[in-house]
Ligand binder design. Structure first.
Ligand SMILES: Cc1cc2nc3c(=O)[nH]c(=O)nc-3n(C[C@H](O)[C@H](O)[C@H](O)COP(=O)(O)OP(=O)(O)OC[C@H]3O[C@@H](n4cnc5c(N)ncnc54)[C@H](O)[C@@H]3O)c2cc1C
Length: 301
C-alpha cells in the first residue's frame, strides 16, 4: 500500500518534475540517489496540462519503477484531453505497473489553445473516468486529488470549494494532497472543515521550503492565494538583500518547524515539493530526527 493510510501514517513523499535536458536528467538522477535512502512512501511526477510533457512524465515514472524501490505516482491533468487520450495514458501506466494516479484538472493555456478538444471540465470528471477505466479493464488504480487549504482562485466561495473537494472524494478519490502553504493554522482549520464536511480520506500536507527571494514571488504566483505569514516575512526581511544563503536558511527553518508541528498534529502525510533538489529535504529530515520515512511510520503504529 503506497498511499497514505491513517492507520499507519504519516507518509513522507516527494514531488519531482521531468527534466527537459540531459543535464537536468543527470541532476535528477543524483537527487534521487541522495533521497532514496529516506525510503519515501512514494514520489510523484508532475505533468504538463494539455499533455505538453506527456512522454517525459511517462519516462520518469517508468525509470523510477524500474531503477528504484520507490513507488511512482504520475500526475495526470485532464484539461484539453479526450477520453480516448486519457485511456491511452492509463493503458501504458497499467502495463508499466503504476498503482496510483494523482488526478488533476490542470489549467487551460491562457490563449485557450486545445481546450475545445477537451472532454473534461473538472478533476472530478477525471476521477470518475479512471474509476470507469478500472471497472472496464479490471485494473485497480488508486486515486489522489488536489486540495487547497487557502482556497482555489477560481472559487472564492469557500463553502462551494469544499463541496467541490467532497465531490472528488465521492467520485472515488482515495486521498488528498494539498497545495503548498506556510501557515499551519490555515491548514489545520481547513483539515477540520474537511472532516466536518464528511471528507474522511487521508490528507497529505504539501510543503515547499523557500530557497531564494525570487522563488517567493514565483510561489505567490503559482500558488495564488497562499498567505505568507507576517512572522515569515519579518524573518525574510532580516536577511540582507544580497544574502541568498540567509534566505534559504530562513526558508529551511520555517519549513522544518511547519513539519515538526504537522507531525505533532498527527498529519496523515507530508509531501515535499523538491523542485528536483535534495539538500533542503534532507536537512529537514535531519532536523526532525527522521532517518527514514519507514521508521517514522513504524514509530506511529
Ligand atoms: C498537489 C498538486 C499537484 C499538482 N500537479 C500539477 C501538475 O502536475 N500539472 C499541472 O498542470 N497542474 C498541477 N497542479 C495544479 C492544478 O492543476 C491547478 O491548481 C488547477 O487549477 C486545479 O486543479 P484541481 O485538480 O484541483 O481541479 P478541480 O478540482 O477541477 O478544481 C478546479 C476549480 O474548479 C472548481 N470546481 C470544481 N468542480 C466544480 C463544479 N462542478 N462547478 C464549478 N466549479 C467547480 C474548484 O472549486 C476549483 O476552483 C497541481 C496542484 C496540486 C495542489
Amino acid at each position: 500500500m503506497i498511499e497514505p493510510d491513517s492507520s499507519v501514517s504519516p507518509t513522507i513523499s516527494f514531488e519531482f518534475f521531468p527534466p527537459s535536458t540531459p543535464k537536468g536528467w543527470a541532476n535528477l538522477d543524483r537527487r534521487i540517489t541522495e533521497l532514496e535512502p529516506l525510503e519515501p512512501s512514494f514520489v510523484s511526477v508532475t505533468y504538463g496540462a494539455g499533455g505538453s510533457m506527456r512522454e517525459r512524465t511517462h519516462d520518469l515514472v517508468v525509470r523510477l519503477l524500474q531503477e528504484t524501490e520507490i513507488p511512482a505516482v504520475p500526475h495526470l491533468t485532464c484539461v484539453g484531453h479526450t477520453g480516448a487520450e486519457i485511456d491511452g495514458i492509463l493503458d501504458r501506466y497499467a502495463m508499466a505497473g503504476v498503482e496510483t494516479i494523482l488526478a488533476l484538472r490542470g489549467d487551460a493555456p491562457r490563449d485557450g489553445a486545445g481546450s475545445e478538444r477537451g472532454e473534461f471540465e473538472f478533476a472530478a470528471d477525471l476521477v470518475r473516468h479512471i474509476q470507469r477505466f478500472n471497472d472496464r479493464n479490471g485494473s485497480s488504480f488508486r486515486i489522489g486529488v488536489a486540495g487547497f487549504p487557502e482556497g482555489h482562485p477560481d472559487t472564492p466561495n469557500t463553502l462551494e470549494g469544499m463541496a467541490h473537494l467532497k465531490a472528488k472524494v465521492d467520485a472515488g478519490a482515495d486521498w488528498i494532497c494539498t497545495q503548498l502553504f506556510f501557515d499551519n493554522h490555515a491548514f489545520l482549520d481547513w483539515r477540520d472543515r474537511c472532516r466536518l464536511e464528511g471528507i474522511d480520506v487521508p490528507i497529505i500536507a504539501g510543503i515547499m521550503p523557500i530557497s531564494t527571494r525570487k522563488s517567493v514571488v514565483r510561489m505567490a504566483g503559482l500558488a495564488a492565494g497562499t498567505v505568507f505569514p507576517a512572522s515569515l516575512q519579518r524573518a525574510l526581511g532580516r536577511a540582507s538583500l544580497d544574502d541568498e544563503d540567509a534566505i534559504a536558511e530562513v526558508g529551511l527553518h520555517w519549513a522544518s518547524e511547519q513539519c515538526r508541528d504537522l507531525l505533532d498534529h498527527e498529519v496523515d502525510g507530508i509531501h515535499f515539493y523538491t523542485l528536483n533538489k535534495s539538500d533542503a529535504t534532507l536537512r529537514i529530515h535531519r532536523s526532525l530526527g527522521v532517518r527514514t520515512a519507514r521508521s517514522l511510520r513504524r514509530a506511529n503504529l
